[in-house]
Design a protein around this ligand. Structure first.
Ligand SMILES: *[C@@H]1O[C@H](CO)[C@@H](O)[C@H](O)[C@H]1NC(C)=O
Ligand SMILES: *[C@@H]1O[C@H](CO)[C@@H](O)[C@H](O)[C@H]1NC(C)=O
Length: 193
């Protein structure tokens, strides 16, 4: 049996440890996320506009878009049907490859049409600078990349972009026929809290 005084000290230490643990819990821990959701009924949705360039580097010493699978019939197909790549493409503030990196587009793309050159895009836009550092947006969409504008849904997000929805409009800014490398301009309109 503990003496009342020892018991008091014991309980005090326990509550101190618990409050320290709660305070130490990261902003993206389960308690913080639950808190965030509990405040949602009073939260106001806002619109954020993002603009950046996506560098699809398929050749050279350090390609960032790498084919990983194909069907036997892929290279007999005029539309490369069945060719799947994994990408980790840099996103930059300006159109030049050396301009400031603001994030990465990480995901899987696959040629998914028999009739035209088009890709299924499944991407996480992982931001690494400024107020969006550590936040992500998820894009799942249809990308007929020979067309001028391609509209792809933003289906969700994390961090600053929790419960995001919106649209990404992609437009090829530069395409090098010899290397296959492309620079694509992205305009993103996203609703979030
Ligand atoms: C693909 O080609 C390989 C080699 O020619 C063959 O062994 C395999 O059975 C083919 N797969 C399909 C799904 O046709
Ligand atoms: C982004 O966040 C990471 C992890 O918190 C940190 O290491 C990095 O320095 C930050 N980058 C910028 C540009 O703020």
């Amino acid at each position: 049996m503990m003496k009342p005084y020892t018991y008091f000290i014991f309980m005090l230490s326990c509550s101190l440890i618990i409050s320290l643990l709660v305070a130490a819990e990261a902003q993206n821990g389960p308690i913080a996320v639950e808190n965030w959701f509990s405040k949602l009924p009073n939260a106001k949705e806002k619109l954020t506009k993002l603009h950046f360039y996506f560098h699809d580097i398929v050749s050279g010493k350090k390609p960032t878009a790498v084919p990983v699978a194909r069907a036997n019939s892929t290279f007999a197909s005029p539309t490369y049907f069945g060719l799947v790549s994994v990408i980790d493409n840099p996103l930059t503030a300006g159109p030049r490859p050396k301009s400031q990196i603001v994030g990465r587009a990480q995901g899987i793309t696959g040629y998914s049409s028999f009739k035209e050159l088009s890709l299924l895009m499944t991407l996480n836009l992982v931001f690494t600078s400024g107020e969006y550092n550590g936040s992500t947006l998820t894009v799942v969409g249809y990308n007929p990349f020979t067309q001028q504008y391609r509209e792809m849904p933003i289906v969700g997000g994390s961090g600053v972009f929790r419960l995001a929805r919106g649209l990404a409009t992609a437009q090829t800014a530069k395409f090098n026929r010899r290397t296959g490398n492309a620079v694509v301009e992205y305009n993103v309109m996203v609703l979030h809290y």
